[in-house]
Design a protein around this ligand. Structure first.
Ligand code: ATP
Ligand code: MG
Ligand code: MG
Ligand code: MG
Length: 467
């Protein structure tokens, strides 16, 4: 089953269950507290918080999400992306825990035909109701229900207000992908148990004294990562081998002439991930800049470009790769087609600009890395990094990323000292310039008076005329 069919199946299943199908909201949330849309529930927050009345009591969506907080994991786990799509069903004061669990199980087992044996669930250790539903109503064997604490299985949108327990559904990929530790079970960070779906039961209103009061109207918010469930139904070991990513990886293989194996894997994955995020961010009206969302975009383009170099791609290439993304995604997101040239142009300009910076600075940075290595140091001089920034415009955050990939860092303290010294030098130079200007003015004035005396030539002239 391909990802297009998967999205449709999800939406039609929940439509049959009385849900209104709504389109994905923009990656730019209508919420000043958030930089980007990070989950399917974001557009519905006002309903959950009781600030607005929903038009429909049950809805379902495929929501575009970007989680910058997962950036460091991307490329190094089988399951994390910056941009991903969240399949979600929501109830605003309508059905609650029992139906949410039954719907999710029915979809996975009867629609997607996943083997029940491979499914595990987690519940919050205090949530006896959910434990009972999974065990007695759905019929999950007790030993496959894992109890987890607040960190994994409690959701809150802030210190006070609506919150509640969660319950997650995991797919077991088997021994083969296990970390091998005896305590390896759902919730373990290795590749064996993949968290596919999170069901949030919004049932409390946390008071300022920390106590939990029952909400008069309870809500359901669920989220299942499309890329993860695609890896399950397509029987592949990672999200990056699904039809959502494979054509991008294939294209990169062709262009780089490299194979997709353990040492190059993260490079392929980072580029394939970031080019999707970049495409969707620009399509939603974000342009590269030095702050906020624009900076997220700039950072992703630069990072993808740098990882492209690790694959031996030396010239701008992302601007062409965005067409691959659009080809894969256009059936569900037809608006990408109209914007394809704009997206490609924005990416190209940014790549070209960054290419110049990289070329001038990267080899110097690489020299610093090998020098630090030789000397057995863990840091390079912050002063040198400042020089790189000051002379070549090489961004300090990019330098830090490069160093960290080599297990190194630089001292912020030294960098700041150098910046301050530069500022003072600048100030001194400014003061000297000001002084020079003042001296010049004084001189000019003096000359001016001399000049007015000089106009006395007129009289001299006159005199000469007289003479
Ligand atoms: P994980 O523990 O694997 O980081 P999570 O618990 O942080 O996931 P949730 O916040 O519960 O994730 O989001 C709901 C669902 O969205 C997850 O069960 C997963 O399927 C998907 N998801 C979350 N983060 C990502 C990501 N960075 N990339 C791809 N899918 C994700
Ligand atoms: Mg996470
Ligand atoms: Mg989790
Ligand atoms: Mg979760």
């Amino acid at each position: 089953m391909n990802s297009n069919q998967l999205r449709q199946l999800f939406l039609s299943f929940f439509e049959e269950k009385g849900h209104r199908v709504l389109p994905s909201a923009s990656l730019i949330p209508d919420d000043p507290t958030l930089l980007l849309t990070i989950a399917g529930m974001v557009p519905f927050k006002p309903f959950f918080l009781g600030k607005k009345e929903p038009l429909y009591p049950r809805v379902c969506t495929v929501q575009k999400c970007v989680r910058v907080s997962d950036l460091d994991k991307v490329g190094f786990t089988r399951r994390h992306h910056t941009f991903f799509e969240m399949l979600g069903n929501f109830s605003f004061g309508d059905y609650f825990k029992k139906e949410a669990c039954i719907f999710a199980w029915e979809f996975l087992v009867h629609r997607l035909k996943l083997s029940e044996e491979k499914l595990w669930v987690s519940v919050h250790e205090k949530d006896e109701e959910a434990f009972h539903i999974w065990k007695d109503v759905v019929g999950v064997p007790e030993e496959k229900i894992v109890l987890l604490g607040d960190e994994d299985n409690f959701w809150a949108s802030g210190p006070v207000g609506p919150c509640g327990y969660c319950s997650e559904i995991y797919f077991d990929f088997g021994e083969r992908l296990s970390c091998g530790k005896p305590e390896c079970k759902p919730g373990c960070d290795c590749d064996r148990y993949l968290e596919v779906w999170n069901l949030v039961f919004m049932e409390f209103d946390r008071q300022s004294d920390g106590s939990l009061r029952e909400l008069p109207r309870k809500n359901i918010d669920t989220g299942m990562g499309l890329e993860r469930i695609a890896s399950v139904v397509q029987g592949v070991d990672s999200n990056f081998e699904t039809d959502l990513f494979l054509p991008i990886i294939e294209e990169l293989k062709k262009r780089s002439g490299l194979d997709y194996h353990s040492s190059t894997l993260p490079f392929f994955r980072v580029v394939a991930d970031h080019v999707r995020a970049v495409t969707f961010l620009i399509a939603d009206g974000i342009f590269p800049s030095n702050e906020g969302r624009g900076y997220v975009l700039r950072r992703l383009i630069r990072r993808a470009y740098r990882y492209g170099r690790k694959l031996g791609l030396e010239k701008p290439f992302l601007y062409e790769l965005v067409f691959k993304v659009i080809e894969i995604m256009k059936d569900f997101y037809p608006e990408l087609v109209d914007k394809s040239r704009l997206i490609s142009q924005v990416v190209f300009q940014e790549e070209e600009k960054f290419d110049l910076t990289l070329k001038s600075g990267l080899s110097l940075l690489e020299e610093m890395v090998s020098k630090a290595r030789k000397e057995g140091l863990k840091t390079v001089s912050g002063r040198e990094i400042f020089k790189l920034y000051d002379t070549y415009g090489f961004p300090a955050d990019v330098a830090r990323e490069v160093l960290q990939e080599e297990g190194l860092d630089y001292s912020d303290e030294e960098f700041k000292q150098e910046m301050e010294a530069q500022r003072l030098r600048g100030k001194k130079a400014f003061q000297e310039k000001e002084q020079a200007l003042r001296d010049y003015k004084a001189l000019e004035e003096a000359l001016g008076s001399f000049k007015s005396e000089f106009t006395g030539y007129d009289s001299l002239e006159g005199e000469s005329k007289i003479l």
